[in-house]
Design a protein around this ligand. Structure first.
Ligand code: PEP
Length: 249
């Protein structure tokens, strides 16, 4: 049985004032039957971990460097994330692939380092609108998975998030059939590469305009083990609607 995961990505949003929403979430979920994760900006990690430490809400980073330490001005290492109280890290988000030119090889190197440090890596994959319209979705997702996921991956250290780039922050969501097609394909790829037992144990998240109003139907799709949520994770009330839909799915 894969444990369900509701993960929130605050992106470059949030200052100390936002911890009130996190505190509300932590109070609402003192413990939880599903995994709940918030990935705030790096500046809030330590305070966020303090606010959530006796709750069912875990804290994660949004990126880390592939090196353990060194001359990399402005970057954050996996060890630093752990030290600040994070248990997970999002890697290869499409915004990092586009804004920072991150390649599959970069994402794989970061994930290797994150796994060695003891972090759960949430590796993001997903096609652009152009790629979907050219019927290349499965090729793109398959290529990103082959290139970005390290060989030492297991259900303990890896989560894969399918995030169609055209659905992120746009209010557009693929049909349930389209989500099922990609998630079933991803499961098959993981089983082929890692064997049935490990392939079945790796959780698959859907991400892209998940809201309280559409969460339940998305969580009913085969091989959807949870969601990676951007905008709707910023407010405790919205994210709670998604968490509750996942817990009930
Ligand atoms: C994301 O950035 O990972 C995301 C899914 O954003 P949103 O939920 O806002 O579409």
């Amino acid at each position: 049985m894969r444990r369900k995961l509701a993960a929130g990505n605050w992106k470059m949003n949030g200052t100390g004032a936002s911890l009130a929403d996190l505190s509300e979430l932590a109070q609402r979920y003192p413990d939880s039957a599903i995994d709940i994760l918030i990935c705030p900006p790096a500046t809030l990690l330590h305070r966020a971990a303090e606010v959530t430490k006796t709750s069912g809400v875990a804290i994660g980073g949004q990126d880390c460097h592939a090196a353990q330490s060194g001359a990399h001005t402005g970057d954050v290492s996996a060890q630093m994330l752990m030290d600040a109280g994070a248990s997970s890290v999002i890697l290869g988000h499409s915004e990092r692939r586009v804004d920072h030119g991150e390649t599959d090889a970069d994402v794989r190197a970061k994930a290797q380092t994150a796994m060695e440090a003891g972090l759960l890596s949430i590796i993001c994959v997903g096609e652009s609108l152009e790629q979907r319209e050219a019927a290349n979705t499965l090729d793109v997702v398959g290529g990103q998975m082959a290139g970005s996921i390290p060989d030492q991956s297991t259900g303990e250290n890896l989560v894969v998030a399918y995030e169609p780039v055209w659905a992120i922050g746009t209010g557009k969501v693929p049909t349930l059939e389209q989500i099922a097609e990609v998630h079933d394909f991803m499961r098959t790829l993981l089983e082929k590469r890692f064997g049935e037992s490990i392939g079945q144990s790796i959780r698959l998240l859907y991400g892209g305009s998940v809201k309280p109003g559409n969460a339940a139907e998305i969580f009913g799709v085969s091989n959807v083990d949870g969601a990676l949520v951007g905008g709707a994770s910023l407010k405790a009330a919205d994210f709670s609607g998604i968490i509750d839909a996942l817990a009930d799915a």
